[in-house]
Design a protein around this ligand. Structure first.
Ligand code: SF4
Length: 754
């Protein structure tokens, strides 16, 4: 039974007695509101309607207007406010795109500030920039090239930038009508190991509980997740959870300041005195998750904290896992985890004494070469206590972007069909019957595979709806080189981005996209807690020639395969929802969503309730994990990338107000810095096997032997092609040497310039 938050003040949870945290480092959310009002002053009414009626296009917590289904009161954060201008800005002067060399000198933020893409444009090899073309010419050119290339030499990518379920569904259907499964989405780059690990263990591939399970349960464990930065309204949920007596444990290499204490502007008590968030912090090495969690589980088993009844009745695989853990020696676990066995015991005791717990993780867990095993280790620990399928219990791979949950579930995935069905003969045959055209049965190219094929000269057409490969993928130089080899690139987006400016091998087409708020008929998104939410079309100014992705990609497919045109075209988003409701598992009912506020939570508030697991044997599966030896023996440090004040690769400020770190900051432990002869602010050079990055020392409570740099700047250090084995997740970590630079050394170009 979940406890209710205390009504009166709870001074024991206060972060500081100084009103409004004066003198403390934290975001000034009141200033963010003022800034949003100023930025959107020319279209204030439209901006207000978007906030008031639309579903937030920021993270995947999910809203309807400025409310949600978890708490009373306002649901609004600075992430959404910073994104608002992208939706309200007018079109750019298209003539600016006539001079690509000049635009290449602009930062990503400056490119965005130019305004929305106004109309379709074309740039041929040798031309200095883009010139205007019509939609018909653009689609005819793309269709001709796709037809000539054949299904094996084309690739499609759809990002998560506010893109709704309807566009994802129609896009993947269109691409499959063209004859390939080579369509991927940004969901792969966030949580593909989570989807894989959950499906394998529980038979479901999404968060098993609701946000409301966080408030009043015994324990929440955050692993590799900084919700203070990425899902700010989650802090409001945590404030209430703390008032209900919920304990919060955080497992991470760096003690994120925002996870220690936070000031919530719309909650008077927290706005005044802040909220202390983590009750216990467990510091581990980058890549030490499996070793640490294996040590924790070993303690749970040895101390008799296993939920015997749950394990014997509802699970399989524990004996094999136990035998493996029995052979793991504590010294190795401690060395690899970067934490002592006593620390592991402390978390084991916390988990072992809790009657309910929710485990929340994010890309600190998934973006590793062994991302799947990291997820398996979390699931194993949760299963040892039976923390699934009950109130106050759950597994929550929290999503950072509003489109990723739906994108994967709609089948915008090279390796699965809508509803998460495997790409195989049986499912392809079934879909072929339902759709009325032949659906390919071989998995398509994932995003990293498309880029690899491009690098080898084996990709003739790339259609990217959003995204910015040159910034988000490791090894940007190779990525740019690969893009330069693709004969035709089509970039559909709302604003200009640096990948559009990469020189054409033959042609590059730009297509202007609508925002989710402009799409006639309204659209839906799916939140982290599996809530499918309707976002209505919002009346307001429009970019005359912008079109929705769903319409463009289906029209393209109709031109490539005229014989399938009738099957692939839709009359509008309502018709797409009808088809999703009929064909996609869990989405029955989406066809009834018509107005702002309409939603449903597929699977109900809780998956696996009972417990009951939709696996072939009806049981949850403990899975063995390999404990990777990720620690360098040669004195190098392990670096991972982190987010600052940004949304995806869109950097919004040169300083992160949660950490006080500048974009060029290298977060390093004081002990390591001293050993290297470095002090706060000193210039340094990081060198990995593939690249270099200049920065300056930012002393931080990070585990010794580990450092963090901001992403995407840190991509300079990350090798491409290191993928997790089952989910193809790129590894965003590297080993580096650290060299102090003399004070006179040239500073690096401003890395906020992206
Ligand atoms: S927490 Fe996420 S869903 Fe909520 S307002 Fe902020 S960005 Fe939007």
């Amino acid at each position: 039974m979940l406890r209710q938050p205390r009504r009166g003040p709870t001074p024991s949870n206060w972060a500081s007695w100084k009103p409004f945290g004066i003198g403390e480092e934290h975001p000034n959310n009141f200033a963010e509101v003022g800034r949003a009002i100023w930025e959107n002053r020319d279209r204030a009414g439209y901006a207000w309607r978007i906030l008031n009626q639309g579903v937030c296009d920021g993270c995947a917590l999910g809203t309807t207007g400025m409310h949600d289904w978890t708490i009373d009161g306002i649901h609004l954060c600075n992430v959404r406010l910073r994104l608002l201008r992208l939706n309200t800005m007018p079109a750019m002067d298209g003539a600016l795109l006539g001079d690509v060399a000049a635009l290449r000198r602009l930062s990503g933020a400056e490119l965005r500030d130019l305004g929305r893409l106004p109309y379709p444009m074309l740039r041929r090899a040798g031309e200095p920039g883009f010139t205007r073309i019509g939609w018909d010419e653009a689609l005819a050119l793309a269709a001709d090239r796709i037809r000539a290339a054949g299904p094996s030499r084309i690739g499609f990518y759809v990002t998560s930038r506010g893109i709704p379920n309807e566009s994802y569904y129609a896009a993947q259907k269109a691409v499959r009508a063209i004859g390939t499964n080579s369509i991927d989405s940004s969901a792969r780059l966030c949580h593909s190991p989570s989807t894989f690990g959950l499906k394998e263990a529980l038979g479901v591939a999404a968060t098993t509980c609701s946000y409301s399970d966080l408030i009043g349960t015994d324990l929440i464990v955050f692993l590799g997740s900084n919700v203070a930065n990425n899902q700010p309204v989650m802090m409001k949920y945590l404030h209430l959870a703390k008032k209900a007596g919920t304990k919060v444990a955080v497992v991470n290499p760096y003690r994120e300041p925002g996870m220690e204490r936070y000031w919530i502007p719309s909650t008077v008590e927290s706005a005044l005195f802040g909220t202390r968030i983590d009750d216990r912090f467990f510091q581990i090495n980058i890549g030490g998750d499996v070793a640490f969690l294996s040590g924790v589980l070993k303690h749970v088993l040895e101390q008799g904290w296993l939920d015997e009844e749950f394990a014997s009745t509802h699970t399989t695989g524990l004996d094999e896992l136990r035998a493996e853990l029995d052979t793991a020696d504590w010294e190795s676990l401690e060395r690899l985890a970067g934490a002592s066995r006593e620390e592991m015991l402390a978390l084991a005791r916390t988990v072992g004494e809790a009657k309910g717990a929710v485990f929340v993780w994010s890309m600190g867990v998934t973006q590793h070469e062994n991302g799947e095993d990291n997820v398996r280790a979390i699931v194993n620990l949760a299963l040892s206590r039976g923390f699934v399928g009950r109130e106050g219990c759950g597994l929550m791979p929290i999503r950072g972007h509003s489109g990723v949950q739906g994108g994967a579930e709609m089948g915008c995935y090279a390796t699965s069909f809508p509803g998460g069905l495997a790409v195989d003969e049986e499912n392809a045959a079934k879909l072929s019957r339902q759709w009325g055209f032949e659906v390919p049965s071989e998995p398509g190219m994932t995003t990293p595979e498309m880029l690899a094929a491009a690098g080898h000269g084996e990709l003739d057409v790339l259609f990217a709806a959003g995204g910015n490969f040159t910034e988000v993928l490791p090894d940007s130089a190779s990525t740019e080189g690969a893009l330069e080899r693709i004969p035709l690139r089509v970039h559909m987006d709302i604003v200009a981005s640096s990948q559009m400016l990469v020189d054409p091998a033959e042609e590059v087409i730009l297509l202007p996209a609508m925002t989710r708020y402009e799409i006639p008929g309204g659209v839906t998104e799916t939140s982290t807690e599996r809530r499918v939410i309707f976002s209505p079309e919002i009346p307001g100014p429009r970019i005359d020639e912008a079109r929705p992705e769903w319409e463009v990609m289906t029209e393209l497919a109709a031109r490539v395969r005229p014989e399938a045109a009738e099957q692939v075209r839709f009359a509008g988003t309502a018709e797409i929802r009808d088809e999703i409701g009929r064909l996609v598992a869990n989405y029955e009912g989406i066809e009834n969503l018509r107005e702002a506020g309409d939603s449903f939570q597929y699977g109900g508030p809780m998956l696996c309730a009972g417990p009951s697991f939709p696996t072939p044997d009806g049981k949850a599966h403990f899975n063995r994990v390999s404990i990777p030896d990720s620690r360098p023996e040669d004195g190098r440090l392990v670096v991972s990338t982190r987010r600052g004040k940004q949304f995806n690769s869109m950097v919004q400020e040169s300083h992160d107000s949660l950490t006080a770190a500048a974009r060029e900051a290298v977060l390093i432990n004081e002990h390591d810095a001293r050993r290297l002869g470095l002090g706060q602010g000193d210039e340094l050079l990081l060198r990995s096997d593939v690249g270099e990055l200049r920065g300056h020392v930012h002393l931080a409570p990070i585990a010794p032997g580990n450092i963090q740099v901001h992403w995407p700047e840190g991509n300079a250090l990350i090798a491409g092609g290191h993928l997790s084995p089952e989910a193809d997740m790129p590894d965003y970590n590297a080993r580096v040497t650290v060299e102090p630079l003399p004070a006179s050394a040239q500073p690096s170009p401003d890395p906020s310039a992206n």
